[in-house]
Design a protein around this ligand. Structure first.
Ligand SMILES: [Zn+2]
Length: 242
């Protein structure tokens, strides 16, 4: 089969994510089509997995091959949200949708409340192995930030199913991995703060203020503010002496 073609490619904080989301008509055997069992279907946890490197066909990479294998029903029932390796990252299941990865069943919080990130590694400690893990840490931080989740919501497959030693290559130094995710979270938050501050400090040049009323009676001004606020606009009263 031809390589997967992404429907869109995103660049989030420097990480390129190729996206081709499974739908009911994609033909993927295990596709629950169930929304996460959470408020607003918003992910409550990010679950980290490891899966081994595979032989790469010419012209592609592990992440694309795993993603494609899911589409071709060659992954058993396993469906995860993201595959990431040292060069590529594929998003194949919508974040608000239940996957099949945590071994805690149809109602388990791992499957029904978390987004699965499968980091493809070989555990050799080689530079490409370390890079895959580093990119996985960054992706985890991006997802935690996206859903306003703290570092305590970063979970391992083993947290949901203690008999499963996964992520096998990262568990031996899990706390170091958590620290990398924390560092990326701090970086992302600093970047956001900077962008917000830049937006707030008005650019030089002309500026335009919109005024909706001018009243001689304070109660009338207050009534207009109330009306605006109930319509979803922010409003202030500025007192002037004419
Ligand atoms: Zn796992």
């Amino acid at each position: 089969m031809a390589f997967l073609v992404p429907e869109r490619t995103l660049n989030e904080y420097g990480l390129v994510i190729r996206e081709k989301l499974i739908t009911a008509s994609s033909g993927v055997r295990y596709y629950s089509n169930r929304k996460l069992n959470t408020a607003g279907n918003k992910p409550e946890y990010i679950t980290i997995h490891n899966t081994p490197d595979i032989n790469e066909a010419a012209g592609t990479n592990d992440a694309e091959q795993y993603a494609r294998a899911t589409y071709n029903n060659n992954m058993g029932d396993v469906v995860v949200h993201y595959y990431i390796d040292e060069t590529d990252c594929w998003h194949i299941l919508a974040d608000d949708t239940v996957g099949w990865h945590a071994a805690d069943g149809v109602n388990g919080p791992g499957n029904t409340k978390s987004v699965a990130v499968e980091i493809i590694m070989d555990g050799s400690g080689s530079s490409s192995d370390k890079l895959a893990e580093e990119r996985g840490a960054k992706l985890a931080a991006i997802l935690l930030h996206r859903y306003g989740l703290g570092i305590d919501r970063l979970k391992t497959h083993r947290d949901w199913y203690p008999k499963k030693y996964c992520p096998a290559y990262i568990l031996p130094h899990w706390s170091a991995f958590v620290n990398r995710v924390k560092a990326y979270l701090a970086e992302i938050e600093a970047q956001e703060k900077k962008a917000a501050a830049a937006a707030a400090s008005a650019a030089p040049g002309k500026h335009y203020r919109v005024q909706v009323g001018y009243y001689g009676v304070k109660a009338n001004a207050e009534a207009m503010v109330k009306k605006l606020k109930s319509a979803g606009f922010d409003a202030i009263i500025k007192e002037e002496t004419a």
